[in-house]
Design a protein. Structure first.
Length: 260
């Protein structure tokens, strides 16, 4: 796992935008795995800016989002479909028909999850998967205890995640209890995983992800098995890392051809 420590959230977004730009230049028809939440907002703003400047096109991309709340219709202000429309899709040239998000109103949830896996496979698999990190160590909505081989399925949120996300809903009671999420196993099949984390409240989860034992208690720790995972964090999120100085050293000595 490559760990990149940047000064602040804006620098994290900029570094991540560079990775997206490189990916799309090398493969315009990339399959992108996308994430929601507070962390990727800066990146999405940067991608929209690059698109408007004529530096980035999504015309040939296909996208798959990690997760969606069960019970929320697409137009609900807190649905992840709505989030993606407002923060990215409406501002870029992606073909709406090739943007995929689990359906929060799916009637047959197991079947819908199986179909979601199948369309990812049919698209050729995910080239670049963007991820946030929960303060409890989740990726997607794979809460602690999730099987590290799990596939897209229904999950029940933990009280901690409900409390973390209450800020978007106004109260904890309004946060749905169930979600559909890609599994840890689904995520690990992406060819490149890109995890963005900012803020002091994520410092323990970052240390457990990058340096802790691989355990279902911290689903993100499974990324240590991944052959190409880039973890970009800000200084505040780096404070509990044991090898922070080494990661900075590695970054400073990166060969020119590896830089984005
Ligand atoms: P956040 O969520 O970006 O809103 O902190 C991250 C996550 O839960 O994956």
């Amino acid at each position: 796992m490559e760990v990149i420590i940047k000064a602040d959230p804006a620098a994290v977004s900029k570094e991540a935008a560079g990775i997206f730009r490189k990916q799309l230049r090398e493969k315009p028809a990339s399959v992108l795995g996308l994430a929601t939440g507070g962390t990727p907002l800066g990146l999405y703003r940067d991608l929209v800016r690059l698109h408007r400047a004529g530096e980035l096109s999504f015309a040939h991309t296909t996208t798959f989002n990690l997760d969606e709340y069960l019970g929320l219709p697409a137009h609900h202000p807190q649905s992840y479909r709505r989030y993606m429309q407002e923060n990215l899709f409406l501002h870029i040239d992606v073909d709406p028909a090739r943007t995929h998000i689990p359906d929060g109103l799916a009637r047959d949830v197991p079947r819908h999850c199986q179909d979601y896996e199948q369309i990812i496979t049919d698209a050729g698999g995910i080239d670049l998967q963007l991820l946030g990190l929960g303060s409890d160590g989740h990726i997607g909505f794979n809460e602690p205890g999730s099987s590290l081989g799990s596939r897209t399925r229904i999950k029940t949120l933990t009280p901690r995640t409900i409390a973390d996300n209450a800020r978007f809903f106004g109260s904890e009671d309004a946060v749905p209890r169930h979600v559909i999420t890609m599994g840890v196993g689904t995520i690990l099949e992406a060819r490149h995983c890109l995890v963005l984390v900012t803020g002091e409240n994520k410092a323990a989860a970052v240390a457990a992800t990058a340096e802790g034992p691989i355990t279902a208690e911290v689903p993100a720790s499974a990324l240590q098995f991944h052959r190409k995972c880039t973890l970009i964090i800000d200084e505040a999120a780096s404070t509990q890392l044991k090898r922070g100085d080494y990661y900075r050293w590695v970054y400073d000595h990166k060969p020119e051809w590896q830089r984005v």
